[in-house]
Structure formats: structure tokens, C-alpha cells
Design a protein around this ligand. Sequence first.
Ligand code: AMP
Length: 424
Amino acid sequence: MPSFQPVRGMRDLIGQEAQAFTYIVTKARKTANLYGFREVITPHVESLDLLSAKSGEEIRQRMFIFKDLGDRQVALRPEFTASIARLVTSNLKNEPKPLRLFSSGTVYRYDEPQRGRYREFWQSNFELIGSDKPEADAEIVLLTNFLMTNLGLKYYAFKIGSIGVIRGILNADGIDEKTQNNVLQLMDKKDLDSALKLVDSEKCRTTLKGLINIKGENWQETIEKMKSYLEYYDEAKIAVENLHLTLNLITESTNIKLTLEPAFARGLEYYTGMIFEVYIPQLDIALGGGGRYDRLIETFGGEPTPAVGCAHGIDRVALALQIQGTTFELTTEKRVVVIPITDAVRTQAFKIAQSLRLSGVAVEFEVMGRKMVKALEDADKRKIGFAVIVGERELKEDAVVLKDLVNRKQKQVTLKNLVEEIKN
Ligand code: AMP
């Protein structure tokens, strides 16, 4: 038989790594709760039409696409936003705005596997739908900041920009949307020369070049310089004013490290306003990112609905925690193993295990039929806190032996007091 391996770009998560993922998702869910986001769970498989409606050419080419047995063209979701847009234009259509929706789980992209880049990876995803205000933009950045701090990340920083400003300039010069998307994609890849070549108008090119070359001491200086280039661009001017308000809200309400980069663009085509990414100094790939996408819901057949959202890459956050040496405690629960000394007391031991679980004690029953010494050795190795040893002699007195495997002490305890003894 061949020895089977996971499919290229997919991983098994075991031990510490699986725990890290659970830890991060739990923190993300807690953040969602604290910021008023309710959880929705959508399918991993969606129709290809839905997923390719507005993800952008980049992601379209990297989707896992197949036909189901009913001859439907479907694909594994490459992100959550399309599914959320589907929900907002169907089941949640008549719900009052704003909608705050949280999801987490795996997404799939045919990326070239490398450190921090996989074909199946996890995201936590937040969407705030129905507001075009800077407050909504600020909330999305702030909740990301809250999550990163709360996870115990020590050093990280935000990069912020505005697709709204860039599109504002391109719109003023009548550049069509497809070309705009190409310009933005090249800017995302830092190929600024090729991006500028797609722009015909000299005036527009000069403005963009000016913007790209801005070097500010801090974001306040950068934003003033941005404004100085946009005097004749009404739409871009509004976008930069919004960005200014957003940055004020963010920096005045929390301690945050951020840089404003006027030439910053992101791969997904649907962004229309503020965009951001979060990084740690030790990795040159983003831990998360997001932005404003005011026209997406319309594309899916809904009413014009402004929206802003973000996704955090859980695989990369786990990597960042590991790189920065952040430790975490997942459960503080005491674990117990229940061992019957003889077959004659097996049923009673089983009952004791069940009643401990009903009282909230985590129990592993000795299912290998090993002798007590072997079973205890194994429990020790796996750092289990207590052993409950069930013997005929003690049972006659409605008692068992409770062995503290950490402090190496043991005593006889009545069944009535067992839970209390373990919990204390
Ligand atoms: P996006 O949906 O492209 O905005 O990505 C959001 C986040 O998902 C990124 O900031 C990464 O942390 C994570 N991410 C994107 N692609 C991958 C990948 N191939 N492997 C692991 N994480 C990824």
C-alpha cells in the first residue's frame, strides 16, 4: 500500500497546532461577540457563478472548480464575502441595517504552497453591512487590532490606504473599470511602472505618480500631502476626507501602530474605499486585511448597500504567535483517567466516569484493559492530572482511590466527595 499524504497545499493540524487554531477561532468569536457581530455558517461549496461574480480575475484563476453529479458548475469558496453577499441579498434582505456578520472556517485557493501560504487555509471573517460612514471603517480596523492584542501578539502594525482615492482619480479621467482593476492589480504587485503605463492621460499619470511618491513622517503629514494632489478631483477628495476621519477615530480611541501608504492596493477587485492589512515585522505576508466595498451587494442583485469587512488568516496568525513565542492556555480543566482494577468493577467504574462527566469533569476511561501500573504510566506521560482507581475493597465503602499525578499523593475518597476533591 502507498503511504498516503495530504493533497499538495493541504495540511493536517495535530497537537499544539490544532490547539492554536481553536484558540484563535475562539478569540475571534469572542471579539465578534464584543463588537456585536453575529455568527453565520455558510456552505464550503457555492455555485461558480456566485463565486466568480466579483472576486477578481486573480482569485477566479485560483479556484477549485468542479461539476457535481447534477452537472452543476460549483467551486470551493475562496473567501467568505461572496457567500455573505448572497445571504444579504436573499435571506437577510429585509433585516434592518447595519448587519454585522461573523464567520470562520476553511477557504480554498490554488496558491503556490510555501511558508504561510496554503491551498486550504482558515479565516475569521467580519462584515459590517449598510453603513458608508468612517465609523464603520474604524470599527473594522479596531476589532482587528483588538483581536491581535487579545491573542497576545506583541508586535504588529497596520498598513492603511484608500482604493477610493485611486479610483476617484481614475474615474475623473474616464478610465473604465476593467482598466482600473488592472491598474490596481499591478499596484498591488508593486509594479508601479506598468500600472502607470495603462493610464493614457498625462495629468492623471502625474497625479498618481505624485501620490505614489509621497513620503510622510507620520500619517497626518501623509494625508495632508495626499490632499494637496487632489484639489481638482472631487470624488478622490471626498475619499481622502473620509480616510482622514477614519484615521482620527482609530488613533484617538486606541493605541495602534499604523502607516498610511497612498499607493497601497489589494488583490480583490471589489474594494472602493479604505483598505488595510496587518503585519508582524518577522513576516512579509499579511496576517489579515480588508476594506470597504460599496458596490458589491448591488453586483449580487441587491439594493445599493455600502459595506466594509475584513478577513484574518488563521494559519498565519498561528505562525506569528509561534514566531513571537506567544504561549496560550486553551483549557484549565483538570483531566482525569478512570481505571478499574479488575473486570468485576468495570461497570461501576463506567458509571463513575459518566457521573463525573455530568458534573463537568473531563474523563478518559481506560479502554485498553491494561493493568493499573501501565495505565498510570500512560496517564503520567500524557500529563493527566488525576487517576480515579476503582477497586472492589474501596467500593464496598462507596469510595475510590484518587491519585494526584502531579503531586504524587493519593487518598481514599467517597463517591459523594469525589467531584469536589478533584475540582479543589
Ligand atoms: P484576502 O481574503 O485575500 O483578503 O486574505 C485575507 C487573509 O487571508 C490574508 O491576510 C492572509 O492572512 C490569509 N491568506 C490569504 N491567502 C492565503 C493562503 N494561500 N494561505 C494562508 N493564508 C492566506
